[in-house]
Each structure stands twice: as C-alpha cells, then as structure tokens.
Design a protein around this ligand. Structure first.
Ligand code: HEC
Length: 142
C-alpha cells in the first residue's frame, strides 16, 4: 500500500513539474498589456499601430521573419540597433531605428518583443526577461 501511495505522489509531482514550464512559456495578459504600452510609446510612430510600417521608411513587423525568427537576433536588434545586427545587403529604409538599450528596461524589452511576436498575425514564442538580461550582459549597450 505504501508503495502505491508513493507512486501516486510521485506521479502527481512529475505531472506538476511537467506542467509548469508549459504554463510559464505563455505570456500573461498583464505582460502582453505592458508590451502594448511599450510599443505604443516607443515603436508605433515608426512601425504604425497595425505593425504595417511605412513603405521605404520603416519595415512592416507583421509577417516579418525577423520578428518571429531567432530570439537572440531580435533582442540584439533592440539592444544594439538593427544596423549592427542585420546583414548589410538587407533592403534599405530611409529612417534609422535607434538602440533602446538605455531607454527600456530588460522587462520592457521582453514585453514589447513578446507582444510583436504574438500580434499582427505573428505566432512566435514569448521572450523571457531572463533571456534579455543574458543577451544584454553579453552584447552590452553598444
Ligand atoms: C525612428 C523610427 C523607428 C522606431 C522608433 C522603431 N523602429 Fe524598428 N525599425 C525602423 C527601421 C528604419 C528599421 C529597418 C532597420 C534596418 O534595416 O536597418 C526597423 C527595423 C525593425 C525590426 C526588424 C524588422 C525586419 O523585418 O527587418 C524590428 C523587429 C523592429 N524594428 C522593432 C522595433 C521595436 C520593437 C521598436 C520599439 C521598441 C522599434 N522598432 C522602434 C524604425 C524604427
């Protein structure tokens, strides 16, 4: 009997452990709301409310492979500015996107990137604050 109880407890624990990472990889509504706020205050003037950008000036974020692609490159774009991160032969836009390294906190960067990865028809994974902090420490603010 004791073994059965132990097995049940173990199963419950394992199921619990299994579930936690899945839940925490989904952003909370609060996190997405913070992302929208950061977007509205820092990105909207260039990339527009619907993420559609402005032809020849700023690229669209909806459907952008950069947005739903590699999280490290995306985070570096905000910390260092796209100029230092994207390939030189990319399409040219007449505006210049600044670095947000000193303007936004790691949490704000994670929130806004998660927001754009899950809005405008994009369906990519969330960006965690911890990941932004790691990249921030690695690539600094320059
Ligand atoms: C002053 C205008 C401006 C602002 C403000 C701005 N961007 Fe940009 N963004 C650009 C331009 C211009 C590019 C193209 C950069 C390049 O290719 O060098 C770009 C590129 C990007 C890309 C890459 C898209 C692609 O498909 O290559 C992402 C992602 C992005 N911006 C996100 C953001 C986020 C998030 C914010 C707010 C925190 C923001 N931008 C604020 C002008 C801006």
């Amino acid at each position: 009997m004791k073994t059965v109880v132990c097995a049940l407890v173990l199963t419950a624990l394992l199921t619990g452990c299994d579930k936690a990472p899945i839940e925490s990889s989904e952003p909370t509504p609060e996190f997405l709301a913070e992302g929208l706020k950061v977007y509205t205050q820092n990105c909207l003037t260039c990339h527009m409310a619907d993420g559609g950008g402005v032809p020849h000036m700023q690229p669209a974020l909806d459907g952008s492979p950069s947005v739903s692609g590699d999280p490290t490159t995306l985070i570096r774009m905000l910390i260092q500015g796209p100029n230092k991160v994207l390939p030189a032969n990319r399409p040219h836009f007449s505006a210049t996107m600044p670095s947000f390294s000193s303007k936004l906190s790691d949490e704000e960067i994670a929130a806004v990137l998660t927001y754009i990865r899950q809005e405008y028809g994009n369906h990519a994974s969330m960006i965690k604050v911890q990941k932004v902090t790691t990249i921030h420490n690695q690539f600094g603010g320059g």
